[in-house]
Design a binder for this molecule. Sequence first.
Ligand code: RIB
Length: 293
Amino acid sequence: MKVLNFGSLNIDYTYCVDRFVQPGQTKACRELRKGAGGKGLNQSVALSMAGAQVYHAGLIGQGGAFLRTVLSDCGVDCGYIGESRSQNGHAIIQLDDAGQNCILLYPGTNLELTEPYIDRVLAHFSAGDILLLQNETNQIPYLIERAAEKGMRVALNAAPMTDEVKSYPLDKLSWLIVNEAEGAALTGQTEAGQIAETLAERHPELAIVLTLGADGVIYRQGKLDLYVPARRVAAVDTTGAGDTFTGYFLAAVADGSDAAYAMTFATAAAALAVQKPGAAASVPALEEVLKAL
Ligand code: RIB
């Protein structure tokens, strides 16, 4: 089975600081690192590392040529990636001493997807294949509608959350993957159980994956209600850990695993990712994950 990730491709600039810069403050950082990122790219890397047959589509712009190399070196098929003369998407990431981050995004070429380009790529996929999306590109409703029409199963990682997500055709998804803050913004609820309950009531056919960071992950699909705790590890950089979870989770379900195993597998992968610096660079190899399990 094929997984198509129509996803963002970013250049990540990570500025290491003791604490995040405050409003009105000027602060020198300790170190600057440049690497491959974007929720889309990170998730493709994780899918491929986990053993899925993954195809990435999206647009690379000025300065982004190395992103294609990073993906293909990880075994991702890059044949559907397009090019634009605009600036590539990039992220300015503050990474503090606790391993937490805050991220400022410049979307760049990630917002230049067109309907003809999408149609050309989707023509190569068929019923049963999986389409993965994040909320870092444009054309999300169009992608969901066209893929669902073809009988593809669609996963949306609704990150970063925007008001527009509420008007997306979410009932046509097979999986909705959100963190607690994103789930709260979607439902108006603040407690994790209530967020999951509200989403499950609204979308009874949909598998809801609610990631809670260090508190684990909840899965709801109709009456099926699962919880897997996170592993206790010392985080050096949480950037891309959610993407590692998403890629490993989807690779497992694409391979026929049940949701409980997929959550355990993906949780182990995310725990390894937070112990390494970088976004795509922190995605662990399958052997490391299997050993951790
Ligand atoms: O999820 C982490 C990613 O968010 C980073 O790689 C950055 O590019 C932003 O898209």
